[in-house]
Design a protein around this ligand. Structure first.
Ligand SMILES: Cc1cc2nc3c(=O)[nH]c(=O)nc-3n(C[C@H](O)[C@H](O)[C@H](O)COP(=O)(O)O)c2cc1C
Length: 210
């Protein structure tokens, strides 16, 4: 079995999308062949399309952007659509991680991927909405299944089993196992540090642009 793990974050390094795919890879085991595809820009190469066509299942992992999928990934999906063989037996899975604490925020983005499958004739086979995705990069060294990532890893393990069995499952929604108020405080601290590192002021975080 050949499985494509598709990183749909615009970030080239240290994205939560890539951390989640790495965890999934661990649960898929050694008897499958993994094909890594990196979609960081609005254009998908001919080589990537050819590679994707030679796989049995695709797993998209992307961040939630404005309640949907990132624009560059949508652009890649449109290009892929033109290359798709209608009524293919390919199974499509999705992992959408978001900055908000609640994984359910990713419901619409998963629906977008499902809708794309309806259009292309591929088989939407389920996904995971991961809340608290912004914190994953901070705990990337933690072993899978432990600490604040434990609940997320359980969902990923379940998804891996479905992929290996070519199953279709319901979407799952999970959150990082970390108190919500502490997650919010850490996020606010992170934004303050980020704006200062980029030459701005913390008070500008709430600024409305005309
Ligand atoms: C342009 C933009 C829009 C975003 N929109 C949302 C959103 O609607 N809801 C949400 O919970 N998080 C939103 N986020 C936060 C990201 O989903 C979050 O940081 C995610 O963990 C990034 O994943 P990545 O590291 O895989 O790219 C947004 C981030 C950016 C940059």
């Amino acid at each position: 079995m050949r499985i494509a793990l598709i990183n749909g974050s615009p970030k080239v390094k240290n994205s939560s999308s890539s951390i989640l795919l790495e965890d999934l890879k661990g649960y898929l085991g050694k008897n499958v062949e993994i094909v890594n595809v990196e979609l960081h820009s609005p254009v998908i190469t001919k080589e990537d399309i050819e590679e994707l066509m030679k796989t049995d299942a695709w797993v998209f992992s992307c961040p939630l952007y404005v309640d949907g999928i990132p624009g560059h990934l949508l652009s890649c999906l449109i290009q892929l659509e033109e290359s798709c063989v209608k009524n293919s037996k390919k199974h499509i899975y999705g992992i959408v991680n978001c900055g908000f604490y609640e994984g359910i925020q990713a419901k619409i983005a998963l629906k977008i991927l499902q809708n794309w499958c309806l259009k292309t004739g591929y088989i939407w086979s389920g996904g995971i909405g991961v809340g608290g995705g912004g914190g994953l990069a901070m705990i990337s060294n933690m072993k899978p299944g432990q600490g604040p990532k434990a609940a997320i890893d359980r969902a990923i393990e379940k998804l891996a089993l479905s992929i290996l069995k070519n199953d279709i499952t319901e979407n799952q929604y999970v959150s990082i196992a970390f108190p919500r108020f502490l997650y919010k405080m850490a996020a606010q601290l992170g934004w303050r540090q980020m704006i200062k590192a980029n030459g701005g002021k913390a008070k500008d975080l709430g600024k409305k642009l005309d």
